[in-house]
Design a protein around this ligand. Structure first.
Ligand code: ADP
Ligand code: ASP
Ligand code: MG
Length: 411
């Protein structure tokens, strides 16, 4: 029997009416002859509300208790969706991540899925039930504590479940019609893509396109699970994320990320080993450093800048200050008003001049570039945070990614 995993994001389960709509769609899919597993996010913005509530209670919440709190969001929506399905006279059962056998590392707040038992999901399906699984959560087999997978983690739950249970497809239902050439909330002329390959989607997601969590794309790629990103508001076809696309695009899309901050260590003595002494303690503190720039050395000293997720800025600044003092650097500055804009496209590999054109477009719009990094299919620039909307729009126009440009181009 065909087998589909459907994941519904926060907006898609935001109220009773939306929950009934999710149930109706899952039931229709089941009645047309599919096994159906539904993965749900917490209702609306309730994860944000729970985080705010915890911060109001104490700024020092323990990560274990934070996960106990946050996993409750998905628990509410999973039970409500199961009830709404039962209302159609169709069997349904909800399971927490732990009950579904989603095993994770013990890294509270950003745990990784290390295995999926899934027995109870299989049992439910064998009884012809629609099984609802709470997204974004699992359990660590050693500590037996529940964990969360990081923001947007329900996408990872869905694709990992699809892989473990060998589903034919993972459908991601969300509040936009698919994956667009840029965030449609920032660029009104952004165009929905019919398809995008896993590598491009992974670069887009890692560069800030929050429509899919990057880890979910990794699972899809590794286990060859086609992902269909589509609207939960209508039945239209969305975007297929898959192994290969019909056409190779030079630029598939533009992603932006406003969630990082920049740390600069000034006056670092220019000697072997000092970069290692700076970055090793950051890694030991569990920080993910994204971009790094080292300036040309003058009079034996240099400045080193790097970016980190803004939520980790306090830790990064502390660690950098301690190291700066130990290695005799002049001081540490932080800058929260930065953004990263990235061009992504698999065809970039075979094309000259894309970086130059990107920098030219930004220059013509008065956008200063502060840092640059590249992969074979991505070019990213750090710019002032205030410039991000203008930069994304200018690149979208300059690389002619909008529908109008296409129409003019085609005559
Ligand atoms: P959900 O709650 O359904 O998981 P998210 O808010 O996590 O929804 O993801 C959907 C959002 O992703 C959209 O509302 C859109 O603003 C944003 N987004 C960012 N980049 C893109 C893109 N390239 N294509 C589509 N949506 C994007
Ligand atoms: N509810 C979680 C979040 O808001 C997980 C998810 O929605 O994917 O990040
Ligand atoms: Mg999401």
């Amino acid at each position: 029997m065909p087998f589909v995993v459907q994941k519904y994001g926060g907006t898609s389960v935001a109220d009773a009416e939306r929950i009934r709509a999710v149930a109706a769609r899952a039931v229709a899919t089941h009645e047309s002859g599919n096994d159906v597993v539904v993965v749900v996010s917490a209702m609306g913005k309730s994860t944000d509300d729970l985080i705010k509530l915890a911060n109001d209670v104490t700024p020092n919440s323990h990560p274990r208790e934070m996960d106990m709190l946050l996993t409750s969001g998905e628990r509410i929506s999973m039970a409500l969706v199961a009830m709404a399905i039962q209302d159609h006279g169709v069997g349904s059962m909800s399971l927490t991540g732990s009950q579904a056998g989603i095993l994770t590392t013990d890294a509270h707040g950003h745990a990784e899925i290390i295995g999926i038992r899934g027995d109870r999901v299989r049992e439910g399906l064998a009884e012809d039930k629609i099984v609802i699984v709470a997204g974004f959560q699992g359990v660590n087999p050693e500590t037996r504590d529940v964990t969360t997978l990081g923001r947007g983690g329900s996408d990872a739950t869905a694709v990992a479940l699809a892989a473990a249970l060998q589903a034919d497809v993972c459908e991601i239902y969300t509040d936009v019609d698919g994956v667009f050439t840029a965030d449609p909330r920032l660029v009104p002329g952004a165009v929905k893509l019919d398809e995008i390959n896993f590598e491009e989607m992974l670069e887009m997601a890692s560069a800030g396109a929050g429509v899919l969590m990057a880890r979910s794309v990794e699972f899809g790629h590794r286990y060859k699970i086609p992902i269909h990103v589509r609207s939960s508001f209508h039945g239209g076809v969305g975007t297929w994320v898959k192994e290969e696309t019909m056409e190779e695009a030079i630029i598939r899309g533009i992603a932006h990320d406003v969630s990082e901050a920049k740390v600069t260590v000034h006056g670092v003595p220019d000697a072997p080993g000092l970069a290692a002494r700076l970055f090793e303690p950051l890694a030991d503190a569990g920080l993910t450093v994204d971009m790094i720039v080292q300036n040309v050395s003058r009079q034996g000293v240099t400045d080193i800048s790097f970016t980190v997720p803004r939520i980790d800025l306090v830790t990064a600044e502390d660690v950098a200050k301690t190291t700066a003092a130990a290695i005799g650097a002049a001081g540490v500055d932080v800058d929260q008003n930065i953004a990263k804009v990235s061009l992504v496209g698999a065809g970039m590999k075979h094309e000259f001049g894309i970086a130059g054109k990107m920098f030219r477009i930004l220059a013509e719009h008065g956008v200063n570039i502060e840092m640059i990094s590249t992969s074979p299919i991505r070019i990213s620039c750090v710019v002032r945070g205030d410039d991000v909307a203008a930069a994304v729009q200018a690149l979208h126009d300059g690389f002619e990614l909008g529908a109008e440009e296409e129409a003019t181009e085609n005559g």
